[in-house]
Design a binder for this molecule. Structure first.
Ligand code: C2E
Ligand code: MG
Ligand code: MG
Length: 491
């Protein structure tokens, strides 16, 4: 069966419904006073207005509501926001817009199934609704993301509502006999001061939501200075990547990944760094997203792939069997030239495809899963290894993971770092290891900082580990020196 994509879905189903709704509303408005029926052309039986009214209500609901939760859908949300922009252009005022993301929701889907996931979403919606006023709008943006519109609200009031929602999530949820905790990250924006249009507003809410993930409060208000930072970074990054000559503004560091069974280095992971004119080193977290949003990620990754292959070709000479890991984001997988570019770098430095391992972070929903799966299939057919990075923080479920030709899951460090003191995290790691093994995949734990965590992982049957306990990321010269020492230690 051919799958419908969203545009098709909208064109085939929602749009005709909405149009029919408009037509019915038109007919309804023109009905004769006191009459309760109209004759639909071509049909003998008159249809009562009540029936038509009900039909209209149903169709209208289908066009504006999310079928699972019953709250408004994305289409209505966009419409409301557009109206608010128009309203506040005419009359002074402001509205608060909250973007709410459910932390680790994917885990529920993966471990307990979609049915339980769906039930949890409904309960979450109920709790969010309980924290809102009648005049507020709650909509589902998609997946586990929700948006709340708070009319006539200032920053302080918007923060209060965000706190109320966070508070409402605190008690455990009980879904089909499972006790589940679900926390949220909330990005707060104000309309109209934080954007001029709906897309930008939601983008900015997204930025705020990401900073909320880094703080303990669970919410963050959009900071407009970030847009200046973003445009500046975009310009500079653009400049650097378009330079012909090699510049060392961008450089790579390497961090080893160890194998539990043998104690040997399994591969070295490449991490990119960006040196600023004042000498400050920017970490990838602060520019990868910019690169992704501006499309520069393609050039950046091309540079990383080629540089990593070149530098690695030298290091490998002294450490047989060593591999190199390269981070890619989902965005790269929509670039159909990626396979050729990787092949080009392998050829240039005479590397075997099996010495390259790609770590793929699922930073977003796949736009075209079929294309991505096809491309990954081609890479695997060449002999490359694939690993899903930051596993547990993305959106995908295992159902779709099963379709990807991956070899390894890399459990996100947020679960690993404190797993000796946080039992919930320890059970997530354990469940992931068991699940991965049952799917025939191996597991790498990142963020191993202590011997206690290392031992615990070993007890759970984890295959590989990485973290400050073994080594921090190092520049290539230090990495090469570290590798020779390591080799001396080996029997
Ligand atoms: P990642 O691939 O999950 O890399 C692991 C991150 O955790 C690295 O941060 C590493 O320095 C840090 N880390 C390693 N061991 C420990 C530990 O024991 N404890 C703690 N707390 N942290 C540890 P880094 O270098 O800042 O990289 C952040 C992320 O940026 C990477 O996460 C990766 O997703 C992305 N990234 C890095 N280089 C590239 C690249 O060339 N391309 C793309 N697309 N993304 C990249
Ligand atoms: Mg990685
Ligand atoms: Mg990771």
């Amino acid at each position: 069966m051919k799958r419908l994509n969203t545009r098709l879905l909208f064109g085939l189903i929602l749009k005709p419904f909405t149009e029919l709704g408009h037509k019915l509303r038109h007919v309804w408005g023109k009905r004769k006073p006191h009459s309760d029926a109209i004759t639909v052309t071509g049909k003998d039986t008159p249809v009562s207005f009540r029936e038509l009214g009900e039909l209209y209500e149903t169709l209208h609901d289908m066009a504006i509501r999310d079928p699972l939760t019953g709250i408004y859908n994305r289409a209505l949300l966009y419409d409301r926001l557009k109206q608010l922009f128009v309203k506040y252009r005419r009359t002074p005022g402001r509205a608060g817009v909250l973007l709410i993301d459910l932390v680790r929701f994917k885990y529920v889907n993966d471990l307990l199934g979609h049915h339980t996931g769906d039930l949890l979403l409904k309960d979450v919606v109920e709790r969010i609704s309980g924290a809102l006023r009648e005049s507020d709008t709650l909509a589902r943006l998609g997946g586990d993301e929700f948006v709340v519109i708070l009319p006539d609200t200032d920053t302080d009031q918007a923060i209060q509502v965000a706190q109320k929602i966070i508070q409402a999530m605190q008690a455990e949820f009980e879904v089909e006999g499972h006790k589940l905790s679900a926390s949220v990250s909330i990005g707060i924006t104000l309309l109209p001061e934080h954007a001029d249009d709906v897309e930008t507003l939601l983008h900015n809410a997204d930025y705020a939501m990401y900073s909320a993930k880094d703080n303990k409060q669970g919410y963050a208000v959009f900071d407009p200075s970030i847009t200046d930072e973003i445009s500046l970074a975009r310009m500079t990054l653009d400049g650097i990547l378009n330079e012909d000559i090699e510049r060392n503004d961008l450089f790579l560091v390497y961090q080893p990944v160890m194998e539990f069974r043998t104690g040997a280095v399994s591969y070295i992971e490449t991490l990119v760094r960006w040196r600023q004119p004042d000498g400050k080193i920017l970490m990838p977290e602060s520019f990868i997203r910019v690169a992704e949003k501006s499309g520069l990620i393609k050039q950046l990754s091309e540079w990383v792939i080629d540089t990593a292959c070149r530098e690695f070709a030298r290091m490998q000479q002294n450490y047989a069997g060593l591999r190199v890991g390269i981070n890619l984001s989902m965005h790269n997988l929509h670039d159909f030239r990626l396979v050729d570019k990787i092949q080009g770098s392998l050829d240039r430095y005479r590397l075997h495809p099996a010495s390259l391992l790609l770590e793929i972070t699922e930073t977003g929903v796949m736009l075209d899963p079929d294309q991505v799966i096809e491309m990954l299939g081609q890479l695997v057919a060449k002999g490359l290894q694939l690993s899903i990075d930051d596993f547990g923080t993305g959106h995908s479920s295992l159902v779709y993971l099963k379709r990807l030709p991956v070899h390894t899951l890399k459990v996100d460090k947020s679960f690993v770092v404190d797993m000796d003191s946080d039992e919930e995290n320890a059970s997530i790691v354990r469940a992931t290891i068991d699940l991965a093994h049952s799917l025939g995949l191996t597991v790498t734990a990142e963020g191993v900082e202590t011997a206690a965590v290392l031992n615990r992982l070993q007890g759970m049957g984890c295959d590989y580990y990485q973290g400050y306990y073994v080594s921090k990321p190092m520049p290539k010269a230090d990495m090469a020196a570290w590798l020779s020492k390591q080799r001396e230690k080996m029997p």
